[in-house]
Design a protein around this ligand. Structure first.
Ligand code: NAI
Length: 328
């Protein structure tokens, strides 16, 4: 039997946590033959709620779940961790300035980065889901200097999956007929879902759509503003779909991407496509042997270039803001 893999989930008592933990425990995060030990990190006021979720996890009698620890201490939570899902974050409250939001999140992601640095397993992989995800990931990464920088990633897979579904609907094809979707840039309204490099049954997606107006005025804003549309309809933000995307992100990072396809992940830039080195920005990536690489050599048309640059400029602003606040 295999040794259980330690998986830490922060914000475990939140909505995404509730949708995520059961899927991890059932084997969907790492594979159906990999036992997991869950570590739940919460703030003290939410520890009791996390204990309630842990009771329900017990009640599922998942064969792969070898144990659950609950804590409000980051050092304990990340000790020996191989997969860290940083979901808990400080949401923007009414009237909150961006600087206040970044500062509040710095107060969360700095100590968590330090705790990962101090105790994580050598093979640790970090996925930041909590918003502003890219910049929160940057903060955590900068406080974990002993962990290879590329182990810190942020989630744009939900945007990626949303783009797949919108395109599939438009063309009346199954999502499985679409390959090479890319989300570029920031997980925010400036993100760029790219149909010029995506393929539908082997054809360039933008050509298959052949409707630039739909692409600009419908597809891109629908994908980029989907989170707000879900809040409007559901009265709460995306949770099950966000948890699903987190599962997809980590599963593919560990198990690899399909031949002839790629996925979107926000990862530290190596300077590819003019994205300043070190920024955690979304790229097309392939994964082999548990290591991702940014897809190289794609030609970027002028329309796409401008959109990518705009989203990257926002990431630069966020980085400069957290730098000015002394958070990195
Ligand atoms: P939620 O408010 O239901 O849950 C957040 C949980 O985090 C709460 O239980 C809270 O007590 C906990 N928490 C706060 N500070 C913490 C800390 N320092 N350590 C540990 N736990 C802490 O929120 P929900 O809906 O689960 O969303 C979580 C985050 O995910 C939000 O920031 C949201 O904006 C983000 N999100 C990101 C998406 C993406 O595509 N990247 C998609 C959807 C949501």
């Amino acid at each position: 039997t295999r040794t259980p893999v330690n998986v830490t989930v922060t914000g475990a008592a939140g909505q995404i946590g509730y949708a995520l933990l059961f899927r991890i425990a059932s084997g969907q995060l790492l594979g159906a033959d990999v036992p997991v030990r869950l570590r739940l990190l919460e703030i003290p006021q939410a520890v009791k709620a996390a204990e309630g979720t842990a009771m329900e996890l017990d009640d599922c009698a998942f064969p792969l779940l070898s144990g659950i620890d609950i804590t409000d201490d980051a050092k304990t939570a990340f000790d020996g961790v191989s997969v860290a899902l940083l979901v808990g974050a400080r949401p923007r409250s009414k009237g909150m300035e961006r600087g206040d939001l970044l500062e509040a999140n710095g107060g969360i992601f700095k100590p968590q980065g330090e705790a990962i640095n101090a105790g994580a397993a050598d093979d640790v992989r970090v996925l930041v889901v909590g918003n502003p995800a890219n910049t929160n990931a940057l903060i955590a990464q900068r406080h974990a200097p002993d962990v290879p920088a590329e182990r810190f990633t942020a989630m744009t897979r939900l945007d990626h999956n949303r783009a797949l579904s919108q395109l599939a609907k438009k063309l009346g094809v199954p999502v499985t007929g679409i390959r090479k979707m890319t989300i570029w840039g920031n997980h925010s309204a400036t993100q760029y879902p790219d149909l010029f490099r995506a393929e539908v049954n082997g054809r360039v997606a933008a050509e298959a759509v052949n409707d630039q107006r739909w692409l600009e005025d419908d597809f891109i804003p629908t994908v980029a503003k989907r989170g707000a549309a879900i809040i409007e309809a559901r009265g709460a933000s995306s949770a099950a779909s966000a948890a699903n995307a987190a599962i997809d992100h980590v599963y593919d990072w560990v198990n690899g991407t399909a031949e002839g396809d790629w996925v979107s992940m926000a990862v530290p830039s190596d300077g590819s496509y003019g994205v300043p080195e070190g920024l955690i920005s979304s790229f097309p990536v392939t994964v082999e042997d548990g290591k991702y690489s940014i897809v190289q050599g794609l030609e970027i048309d002028e329309f796409s270039r401008a959109r990518i640059d705009a989203s990257v400029a926002e990431l630069v602003e966020e980085r400069d803001a957290v730098q000015a606040l002394g958070l990195i």
